[in-house]
Design a protein around this ligand. Structure first.
Ligand SMILES: Nc1nc2c(ncn2[C@@H]2O[C@H](COP(=O)(O)OP(=O)(O)O)[C@@H](O)[C@H]2O)c(=O)[nH]1
Ligand SMILES: [Mg+2]
Length: 294
């Protein structure tokens, strides 16, 4: 029998290419927030993929972007330190969008880091074969030494089996890092915040997503399940009005979607109390960012 293989695999790609969707799909769990909004993933998140005789720990890292404020500066530092910790990388591009400067920038960083790279061309369900072939041709030039390239749909699951068989080849010999059944390094607080943000992001538009942060105040076991008290912070009153919604309808929708997702993740009845509060300029407030774990 061959030795157990394991390692850290950076999941790199522009915002919105489907990194979190892929991490959830490969791990078979819902632990990373997915939404059509950029900056959905704000902190480094480890998601374990358990294979037969191997384990890959995917680091679903925030999108690469030019630092604009204290929040994006911190996200950028997270990216840099992640790459140097990894054994390999998955470079994800979106077949439904032209390969652009952002993709090139990431490809350069990966090549410079000298990591073995698997290229994943995602969202093939949205485009015709001609377009997929064009994307493959362009990416092949960006990462000439790639180990493999897989066209997939992280959403429908197309192509993921082939990708799974390829993953262990990237990994050095090593022990499993996560025990069986455990797929994320997030604490209960972090997972709760992640899934509440996801429920809000998929329902909100425009400037609100960027201005929003979730803080978990308390998680308490109850007789029949788990109780969560959480606050959604926004930056001004008009954003607060949007998040609360007409007669509280929006915050109720967000709450019940998050409650369902957490109930599945924990296999328990979840009671969720959500408040919306205004905190001006929290994105520039270093102590607030630290409190939020960002
Ligand atoms: N059509 C299609 N949409 C996808 C696919 N993978 C992800 N998405 C969608 O793309 C958006 C961004 O996905 P997400 O995983 O959050 O991207 P991330 O920012 O790279 O982590 C979400 O709306 C997903 O549902 C795919 O294979 N096909
Ligand atoms: Mg993400």
């Amino acid at each position: 029998m061959s030795a157990h293989r394991s390692g850290m695999v950076a999941l790199a790609g522009r915002p919105n290419v489907g990194k979190s969707t892929l991490a959830n799909a490969l791990s078979g769990t819902h632990v990373a927030a997915v939404s059509p909004r950029p900056q959905t993933t704000r902190r480094r998140l480890a998601v374990a993929v358990h294979g037969d005789g191997w384990q890959a720990v995917l680091l679903d890292i925030p999108g690469f972007q030019t630092p604009r404020d204290a929040l994006t500066r911190r996200m950028q530092q997270t990216v840099d330190s992640t790459l140097s910790d990894c054994d390999a990388a998955i470079f994800m591009v979106n077949a439904a969008e032209p390969v652009g400067g952002g993709d090139r920038f990431i490809a350069e960083r990966l090549v410079a880091a000298k990591l073995p790279v698997i290229v994943v061309v995602n969202k093939v369900d949205e485009v015709d074969p001609q377009r997929i072939a064009e994307t493959i041709a362009i990416v092949s030039q960006l990462v000439p030494d790639m180990v493999a390239l897989h066209p997939v749909s992280a959403l429908s699951g197309d192509g993921l089996d082939a990708l799974m068989t390829e993953l262990p080849d990237l990994l050095p010999e090593g022990p499993p890092y996560f025990p069986p059944g455990m797929t994320t390094d997030q604490t209960m607080e972090e997972l709760a915040a992640e899934l509440i943000r996801e429920a809000a992001l998929v329902r909100l538009r425009e400037e609100v997503p960027h201005a929003m942060a979730v803080q978990i105040e308390e998680i308490t076991p109850t007789r029949d399940g788990i109780r969560i008290d959480a606050v959604i912070y926004v930056e001004n009153n008009s954003q607060k009005g949007i998040v609360v919604g007409k007669a509280g309808s929006m915050i109720r929708d967000i709450g019940s979607a998050a409650r369902r997702a957490l109930g599945v993740a924990w296999g328990a009845e979840v009671h969720l109390s959500l408040m919306v509060k205004v905190r001006r300029k929290w994105r520039e407030d270093e102590s607030m960012l630290t409190r939020l774990g960002l």
